[in-house]
Design a protein around this ligand. Sequence first.
Ligand code: GLN
Length: 489
Amino acid sequence: MSTKELHQLSLAELAASLRAREVSAVELAGHFLARIDQHAGLGAFLATDADATLAQARAADERLAQGDKTPLLGVPIAHKDIFVTRDFPTTAGSRMLRDYRSPFDATVVARLAQAGMVTLGKLNCDEFAMGSANENSAYGVVKNPWDLSRVPGGSSGGSSSAVAARLAPAATGTDTGGSIRQPAAFCGITGIKPTYGRASRYGMVAYASSLDQAGPMAASAEDCALLLSAMCGPDPDRDSTSLDVPAEDYSRSLGDSLVGLRIGVPREFFGEGLSQDVRAAIDAALAHYVKLGATLVDISLPRTELAIPVYYIIAPAEASSNLSRFDGVKFGHRAKDYGDLMDMYKKTRAEGFGDEVKRRIMIGAYVLSHGYYDAYYLQAQKIRRLIADDFRAAFTQCDVIAGPVAPTVAWKLGDKADDPVANYLADIFTLPASLAGLPGMSLPCGFGEGGMPVGLQLIGNYFGEARLLNAAHRFQQATDFHLRQPEGF
Ligand code: GLN
């Protein structure tokens, strides 16, 4: 057996140890549950249930004993609290869903369970996935293991913090406008958001349905490839936007040569707003790709800046509609004291939702209202199409696009907590791919200010996940940024 500790092993190594019966799924789950307890101060986990976890682990051990060779069998994972789960409560980071328990599992959760993965618990996140720093959760902030005074990114901040601190070898995340890529970048891990429609949205608490996508977060591209293969695939009966494209084995294309790969470098991602330390790390990563045989192509995504106003019209518009279901009648919180029905709705929603969620509901209702619909919502939809067209043009010149994930490294807790617009602006580089429905990923590529990790973003054409994962994997074979771990964990 390897001299590394269990929590330092890759998913493939964990799976091999399980199959060789060097460790059991029950022992492995116990190891991670102990680490979760030990580092509870990070605020990454919202719920654990040792009995539920160990029951899943025992079932995995039985399958292993029968010689079942399913690749991820017995390997632990934790889920962002946006995915509904039968065995654990689901809050979506909101008071509205305190103690809520779903009668079913989200499709992504169910697929990973069928693959034999063992659920360690549920991970903190911004309320209804709205945020860029995980400071909007009703259940407290999450800390960045690289520097406990900094944010872990958002909205999948519990996922990124837990994986970086190796409280879980893998986690699920969701990305509406960057919530897998940006927290992965801030915590020095790898994450991928697939093409819109690639993974089922069934059982993901809805934020902005035309943008929401699930994806894996783990130490490496190799790990993400294994996870993504298990998560994706059509779900026609449950998610009408899930695409009728069979799941792929992403691990198969890992290792393809990068010679001749054309990497588009969008000018607009390297403007004034990009901090020098991030820029230096990204430039070094691009130089590394040249050494691996890729060529860099100067490209333009001229509407990059418009992605912020467009996203912050469309996402709140959809959110205001999706969140109308939380009315105190169907499920979730209901105010205790109220007069008539209207009063019950108002008090329930006033008590149940946090400030950022209320802000988005108001923006959304405003841009959809009679008289403003044409001026805001319709215009935003038109520009969304033009942003997708810009990518289409760019992909005639290149195979993948590379740039920063975020303009800076993770900022200090509290620094932007009272400034929603500052949070929105930090999403500038992740929003364009989301609006176009393109796959995007983040991989660690260096360190910046305060020794904080920097993430390189790779954006692919539709269904280009295999190419992205391969490009990330080749970089990770030649570098060790993804293997570095924060001190004290
Ligand atoms: N930061 C963005 C927002 O607040 C993106 C969040 C996400 O991808 N879920 O909407």
